[in-house]
Design a protein around this ligand. Structure first.
Ligand SMILES: NC(=O)c1ccc[n+]([C@@H]2O[C@H](COP(=O)([O-])OP(=O)(O)OC[C@H]3O[C@@H](n4cnc5c(N)ncnc54)[C@H](O)[C@@H]3O)[C@@H](O)[C@H]2O)c1
Ligand SMILES: [Zn+2]
Length: 675
């Protein structure tokens, strides 16, 4: 086979695949592969056509925009074609783009091109025509030539003006991106899931699916938004001389324009903007998948002109992918400290959203069932911002015939006890309690952790070894370990064994709040433990507390209160607590434990948040002393907060406080309070 024949075969295969996925994505709003995979196929196609130009035909997806409009919609022919954008991925791609433009426009090397840099919104393009100041129709891009009539749907988007002020051009077509903000997207998916309806893979698909509805009442209920980024046909030939001016004038006519766009000079200006936006991307409340650079001068745009499917004067500089595809090698479950069984997908490792991902939580039994993810499946993995990676979709077409639905275990894989379900079958739990090795191990790891008993040097591997060798079966057993037992563990020498025992010994003298948190009562985190400690003061008082007394505390609801009561009724737990006491674990009683006295304290009723670094003392120390004066000290700012102490480099908490109008003071004020 000649090279050309081979290339032609590969080309035909790519065209088939790309057309298929374009249809799924553009026409049906139901993509089966990630954008990254799609872009790679497109790049391969472009490379083949560059090497073998005879393979390129006007029918090739490299020359065409989008996909054909859906037949159910009336069609609208665009007066000016709606094009796509050429893509760049590296800094060099941007340099080449700028160099090429100099030639195409006929500029000397020394001439600086001014660009408008704009976030590339991840939604779908629409064209809206106004005639004599009134919205006449709106259309999707479709295949670039003919789009779908979505006039009624676009009219439901609140930020789209239905009429324009006087002075608007008699015929004005604007183009922009319809998108969905993240909060709206999350809420929509929650409602969809609650009603047993399809949840959307990402905000782009949710926006596209919501806008391309035959019933505009459905669109009206969806949280859609729009930013306008250009004009199409326009009766006023003197509307503007630069792109920035176009946007400015459109803004004055009442169109929403992305507030983040910026005029920049040269490649360096483009790249600087790109990196700045890349850093801000996780904070934005909508998704952007890159930056678009557009030549600012309209006469230079005209001089540069177009290629088949995109303008020469613009480039989309893509950000690293937040969604990629990979294989599920296995699905297994983890048993947590409280017995909760969490299914986990073991993946063929992939690099996505800036990290390598090989395990992804599937959250719970219901989520596995909803996704119907199976071993051997090809899945779309998404990691956006700081959010933990997630499987958002399964490519059913790539499912091997042998793949079987995942069967959730009926007995605990660690101890063999029955698995019971709670919360309408959503959460599965091992019923083994303290007989379950996994629960014991997780419980001990929690007990020794930094914010709990803080036993320095007691890493996960050591805990695993202690439990495996049956040296420890409850947290109280830690205080019985002998020098010889520790020395015999793998990796220990005399010195290190002494150090570990010293750390265990040191932990015996602790604070009540730490001890409470360390016990691992379900849903009792640090803040709740602090509150309980400050209010009850001693274990004996807390043990005796009734459900109502617990619920009377500000942040404790009925569920947590019941967890606490249940915990102190379990004979195993009571035994462990008395063993801890017998083996020397004690705590200082800091605050006056009597609730009546408590109300008299100078800072009673104050809810304080500490943020930033303090110079005179550590935060733990400051917190203890504030609590001793009756204040409640919490970890996050809310409307209940009465005071924020902002130390050096205070960050988002201070900002939140300012936003909520909460009083903010510096360290000097704290020192006066404590004096
Ligand atoms: N996953 C799949 O199966 C699949 C299939 C087809 C296409 N895709 C994805 O779709 C994209 C290609 O689609 P495309 O042809 O629309 O090209 P594109 O998204 O790369 O660029 C063109 C589009 O960018 C949008 N845009 C956003 N902000 C803009 C701004 N400020 N100025 C101008 N335009 C702006 C417009 O909608 C415009 O039509 C790729 O990201 C590709 O991965 C994915
Ligand atoms: Zn178990």
């Amino acid at each position: 086979m000649s090279d050309l024949t081979k290339a032609a075969a590969r080309h035909a295969e790519l065209v088939r695949e790309i057309n298929h996925h374009s249809r799924l994505y553009y026409t049906e709003d139901a993509p089966q592969i990630s954008d990254h995979d799609y872009d790679q196929m497109m790049q391969q196609l472009l490379a083949l056509e560059l090497e073998f130009p005879t393979l390129q035909s006007p029918e090739s997806p490299s020359q065409r925009v989008g996909s054909e409009p859906l037949a159910e919609f009336a069609q609208i022919k665009h007066e000016l074609p709606m094009l796509s954008l050429s893509n760049g991925f590296t800094d060099d791609d941007i340099r080449e783009f700028d160099t090429r433009l100099h030639k195409e426009i006929g500029l000397g090397e020394a001439t600086v091109i001014e660009y408008v840099a704009e976030p590339k919104l991840d939604g779908l393009a629409v064209s809206i025509l106004y005639v004599d100041g009134v919205l006449e129709y709106a259309a999707t891009r479709g295949d670039g030539r003919v789009g779908e009539d979505i006039t009624q749907n676009v009219k439901t988007i609140r930020s789209v003006p239905l009429t324009l002020p006087k002075g608007a051009p008699a015929r004005l077509e604007v183009r922009g991106e319809v998108f969905m903000r993240l909060a709206g997207f999350a809420e929509l998916n929650r409602v969809q899931a609650d009603n047993g309806k399809k949840v959307f893979v990402n905000p782009r698909n949710a926006a596209a699916g919501s806008l391309r509805q035959l019933d505009s009442k459905i669109t009206a209920d969806r949280p859609l938004d729009i930013f306008i980024y250009s004009t199409g046909v326009i009766s006023d030939s003197e509307f503007a001389v630069t792109h920035a001016q176009t946007l400015e004038r459109l803004g004055r006519l009442g169109f929403p324009i992305c507030p983040l766009l910026q005029v920049v000079n040269d490649v360096d200006g483009c790249l600087e903007y790109y990196h700045e936006m890349g850093a801000r991307r996780p904070e934005l409340d909508y998704e952007i998948d890159g930056i678009v650079y557009k030549v600012n001068r309209l006469d230079w745009q005209r001089a540069a002109g177009f290629i088949a499917k995109a303008p020469r004067w613009a480039l989309a500089h893509k950000f690293p992918a937040q969604e990629k595809t990979t294989q599920v090698n296995d699905i297994d479950v983890q048993v947590g400290r409280t017995g909760a069984i969490t299914p986990v997908a073991r993946l063929e490792p992939l690099f996505v959203g800036g990290v390598t991902v090989s395990n992804v939580t599937l959250h719970n039994k219901a989520e596995v069932a909803r996704l119907d993810v199976r071993v051997g499946d090809t899945v779309i993995v998404r990691r956006a911002g700081d959010v933990i990676p997630q499987i958002v979709g399964v490519n059913l077409e790539a499912r091997p015939a042998s793949a079987k639905p995942y069967e959730f275990p009926v007995s605990c894989p660690v101890c063999g006890s029955d698995v019971v379900t709670e919360g309408d079958g959503i959460i599965a739990r091992c019923s083994g309690g303290l007989t379950c090795g996994a629960q014991v191990r997780q419980g001990i790891k929690h007990f020794v952790s930094r914010k709990a008993m803080d036993i320095d040097g007691m890493g996960d591997k050591i805990v695993d070894a202690l439990v495996e060798q049956a040296l420890v079966s409850t947290v109280a057993d830690l205080y019985l370990l002998s020098f010889d037992q520790v020395l015999a563990l793998e990796g220990f020498a005399e010195k290190s064994a002494q150090n570990l025992l010293a750390a265990i010994d040191k932990s015996k003298q602790t604070e009540f709040a730490r001890l409470l948190y360390a016990l691992g009562i379900p849903q009792v985190g640090e803040t709740t433990a602090d509150q309980l400690a400050a209010h009850f003061g001693t274990m004996a008082r807390l043990k005796a507390a009734k459900q109502e007394a617990l619920e009377a505390l500000p942040d404790i609801g009925p569920v947590v209160a019941k967890n606490i009561v249940d915990f102190f009724h379990d004979p195993n737990n009571l035994k462990v607590i008395s063993q801890l006491q017998d083996r020397g674990v004690t705590y200082d009683v800091v605050a006056a434990p009597n609730p009546d006295e408590f109300a008299e304290l100078p800072l009673a009723g104050e809810v304080v948040v500490l943020t930033g670094a303090l110079s005179a003392m550590g935060r733990t120390e400051a917190k203890k002393r504030l609590q001793a004066l009756g204040a409640k000290v919490t970890g996050s700012v809310s409307k209940n907060t009465t005071l924020v102490i902002a130390g050096e480099d205070a960050g988002s908490k201070a900002a939140k406080a300012a936003e909520l109008g909460v009083r903010i003071e510096g360290e000097d004020y704290l020192m006066r309070l404590l004096a």
